[in-house]
Design a protein around this ligand. Structure first.
Ligand SMILES: [Zn+2]
Length: 212
């Protein structure tokens, strides 16, 4: 047992959930959560099979600088992006980065997910924007993604995937699940002849109901 055990358990549970839901394939994708002090991040390891992952494979790093505090593996190569999001988007405690098929297909096509579903407004806070391309693993990618997440709880990442954030990892996970769901429905609607956006009037009424 270490002081980070609880955090690692939450991370592992949500990682398995994301894997089971098909939100990433192979060893792609990565999840993290921030501790209560805001100084330590629990993050999935770099290039390690999800089937074999145990608590001991989760890595604890410093939120600033990324030095490993606990763990025998290397942190996800996207740790800089996770750290940038915690730094730039106050209140964020969980980050889920996915490579799910429909969301990634739209990101590869250079599209956003417009507001065509009520869940998107409720869980994401509006349409799902597209963050411009940044080289994986770099500070630059972290910067463009964090900038995009200042106005939304989730975004697509050009030619890469998607990312969702939350005040907890569970909330980020739920949002990640809804992104893929919305992407799939939007994609299928386009095949069915086109998607109709919710009207401003209906959105206004829904925002009122939500207390925004
Ligand atoms: Zn990725």
């Amino acid at each position: 047992m270490s002081m980070f055990t609880r955090m690692k358990e939450t991370l592992l549970e949500n990682t398995f959930l994301a894997y089971k839901r098909g939100l990433f394939a192979g060893t792609s994708g990565n999840l993290s959560c921030l501790d209560e002090t805001g100084t330590k991040i629990a993050i999935t390891p770099s290039s390690y099979p999800y089937e074999k992952m145990t608590l001991d494979d989760i890595v604890i790093i410093e939120a600033i600088g990324g030095a490993v505090v606990e763990g025998k593996r290397k942190p996800s190569s996207e740790w800089r992006m996770h750290a940038a999001i915690y730094r730039e988007v106050p209140g964020t405690r969980g980050v889920v980065h996915i490579h799910s098929p429909y969301a990634t297909a739209l990101a590869v096509a250079g599209k956003t997910i417009p507001l065509v579903l009520i869940e998107t407004l409720v869980y994401i806070g509006g349409d799902v924007p597209l963050a411009e391309f940044g080289l994986p693993g770099t500070e630059e990618l972290g910067a463009v993604v964090a900038k995009t997440l200042k106005s939304r709880n989730a975004c697509l990442m050009a030619n890469h995937g998607a990312v969702a954030i939350g005040e907890s990892l569970e909330q980020a996970m739920l949002r990640a699940t809804y992104i893929e769901d919305a992407a799939k429905i939007y994609f299928l609607a386009l095949q069915a002849g086109g998607a109709v956006a919710l009207s401003d009037k209906d959105l206004e009424a829904m925002r009122k109901n939500l207390g925004n």
